[in-house]
Design a protein around this ligand. Structure first.
Ligand code: HEC
Length: 164
């Protein structure tokens, strides 16, 4: 390689080094929670996972979110104490608006941990009650009940979330 072409390639090397550096800094400063959610993928097409998740859901989630995922009555309105009722996990709710990672982290660590501030709410933290696989299974079961159209939309939301 001539000296001239080496000089011409220099800005490219600097650019590449810069991209790596910026990427590294963003990764370093992103919260551990964001990283924990990176590898999460719901398995709504895996029969065994969905069946296990159905049982986990019935035992741990149905009392609030409903036996058929219908949520609690008037779920958009805060009660007398200022708490929101449990929203439905069927298509009428907004569960499907959130990517896999968010749903997983929220169920595992709770809403306050996710939004990083105090927010009194009635959604339990499942970190000490369910394993990661059980949480993924319960959420996979939830997704398996959505129509093909909503599942597809949710896949697109996931793709967008992963591209960030
Ligand atoms: C004791 C009642 C209760 C139980 C049990 C419960 N939840 Fe919740 N959940 C709530 C409430 C209440 C909210 C809404 C909290 C708020 O926004 O103030 C919520 C919110 C959520 C959300 C956020 C939905 C959205 O659209 O933002 C997810 C996801 C969720 N719950 C998953 C689960 C899963 C999975 C289980 C079982 C493993 C479960 N919940 C068990 C009460 C419950």
């Amino acid at each position: 390689m001539s000296d001239k072409s080496k000089v011409r390639l220099m800005p490219l090397f600097l650019y590449a080094a810069g991209v790596l550096l910026v990427g590294g800094v963003i990764f370093y400063f992103s919260s551990p929670l964001d990283k924990a959610g990176l590898g999460i993928s719901l398995q709504h097409k895996d029969r065994a996972v969905v069946d296990a998740g159905k049982a986990t859901y019935a035992e741990n989630c149905a009392s609030c979110h409903g036996v058929v995922l219908e949520g609690q009555a008037n779920w958009r309105q805060r009660d007398a104490e200022g708490y929101l009722p449990a929203p439905p996990h069927d298509e009428s709710g907004h569960t499907w608006h959130h990517p896999d990672s968010y749903l997983f982290l929220m169920t595992k660590y709770g809403i306050e941990e996710m939004i990083g501030k105090s927010y009194p709410n009635n959604m339990p933290v499942f970190e000490d009650k369910l394993t990661d696989d059980e949480i993924i299974a319960a959420l996979s079961y939830i997704k398996s009940t959505w129509s093909g159209r909503i599942q597809l939309k949710h896949d697109q939301i996931n793709a967008r979330a992963k591209a960030h």
